[in-house]
Design a protein around this ligand. Structure first.
Ligand SMILES: *Cc1c(COP(=O)(O)O)cnc(C)c1O
Length: 402
């Protein structure tokens, strides 16, 4: 990398004075957690995605944990999901003492292949946890068809999918309405909007929403806000085992500002993704992401599959030497040592499983995607000049081959 060349990061949150002012407002108010900013952020979030309820929590992993508990996942149950996701997806299932049963992905969308779900269902299956990977909506229509057939709840891991849309009965609707039973979002800085850390659960079921609110605050029967405002002495009780999964008001205040920016962020990301599409279209052997006619991605990440002759690590190194950050394709949980104990984690028949760590006959597409795809820089503030540099370097490595 030459001296004057600016480093292009993989992502960068778009935040500034309004977020700083909002954080200050929460701090100066004297109420810094689980107070009015959280309540307002929840209302604004629900209005944005079109859900009846939204409950803020500490991050998306805790949101997934509570969603699984709400639909009744218990120790020994199985939950169908993908290995090809950030490890938090599968981990949340294990927090319930349940077993993740991994289904392979479709190579084009990097999302769960709905055709393979029925085969993975057993009499221990308690739920289906699907992912809208890197912001691209998964095929919810097909997934819900199978789920209804087997009477299983569907949880959407929408960690990356705030602002993504799906065509539903002729209307474009936001991911998180929800179309399954519960959707879970993340506000980690690597996502499209951020509160530092943070998460949100959306549902149309009032009982589950009530449950989430109890669980996130130690199972405490009286919320702080109610006790604070009470004219009479009240004692809280703890009727169930809860957790500390609270979001702070400082985070929520920042989140409210981020939500205001969201339409502009999505528009910009869609523009930049389209620019990648156009300018990389003629690179021989390079496979670009495709958006189904029924989906609109927020392009949380733009993932390309490299030509056969290219080595993933070497391409990434050439780009890094040119001052451009990339990431490998999305990880596969089943290849990590943390999942070695689960000899059954690849599919339905544990007895018949001959898989080794890092190689599973039933998860070939997932492994291929991890090994041959790379994620290119894409963020709101990225200039066209910066993007042109990414395109030029990638084009030249693909043509020469490494
Ligand atoms: C980021 C991510 C998570 C975890 O979100 P946190 O807010 O960091 O807990 C879960 N699932 C997917 C698909 C993610 O990308």
């Amino acid at each position: 990398m030459s001296e004057k060349m600016q480093y292009i990061p993989i992502a960068k949150p778009w935040m500034g004075e309004p977020e700083a002012e909002a954080a200050k407002r929460a701090i100066m108010s004297g109420w810094v957690t689980q107070g009015p900013e959280v309540a307002t952020f929840e209302q604004e979030f629900a209005a944005y995605v079109g859900s009846k309820y939204a409950c803020a929590v500490s991050n998306c992993t805790t949101a997934l944990h509570l969603a699984l508990l709400a639909v009744g996942v218990q120790p020994g149950d199985e939950v169908i999901t993908v290995s090809h996701s950030y490890i938090a997806t599968a981990n949340s299932i294990r927090y319930c003492g349940a077993v993740p049963v991994f289904v392979d992905i479709e190579p084009q969308s990097y999302n769960i292949n709905p055709v393979l779900i029925a085969d993975a269902i057993s009499d221990r299956t308690r739920a289906i946890l699907v992912v809208h990977q890197i912001g691209m909506p998964c095929n919810l229509k097909a997934i819900l068809d199978v789920a209804h057939q087997y009477n299983l709840p569907v949880i959407e891991d929408a960690a990356c999918a705030i602002g993504s849309e799906i065509l539903w009965d002729g209307q474009w609707e936001k991911i998180g309405k929800p179309h399954g039973d519960i959707a879970c979002f993340s506000f980690h800085p690597r996502k499209v909007v951020s509160t530092g850390d943070g998460g949100m659960l959306t549902t149309n079921n009032p009982e589950w929403d009530k449950q989430f609110r109890l669980w996130r605050q130690h199972g405490m029967s009286v919320p702080d806000t109610v006790r604070h405002g009470a004219k009479q002495v009240i004692f809280e009780s703890y009727p169930m085992l809860g957790y500390n999964y609270r979001m702070t008001d400082i985070q929520a205040a920042v989140g409210r500002e981020q939500l205001k920016r969201l339409p502009e962020i999505v528009e910009r990301r869609r523009y930049l993704a389209q620019r990648y599409d156009q300018q990389l279209a003629d690179v021989p052997g390079l496979k670009l992401p495709t958006e189904p006619t029924w989906a609109r991605s927020n392009w949380q990440s733009y993932c390309v599959r490299l030509p056969e002759k290219c080595n993933q690590v070497q391409v990434m190194q050439v780009m890094l030497d040119a001052g451009i950050a990339t990431r490998r394709g999305i990880m596969c949980a089943h290849r990590e040592s943390a999942y070695q104990i689960e000899v059954w984690s690849c599919g339905t028949s544990r007895e018949a499983c001959n898989c080794e760590l890092g190689k599973c006959d039933r998860l070939v597409e997932s492994e291929q995607a991890q090994d041959h795809a790379i994620i290119l820089p894409l963020f709101h503030q990225m200039t066209e000049e910066e993007q042109d540099r990414v395109i030029a370097v990638l084009k030249s490595v693909c043509q020469v081959g490494v």
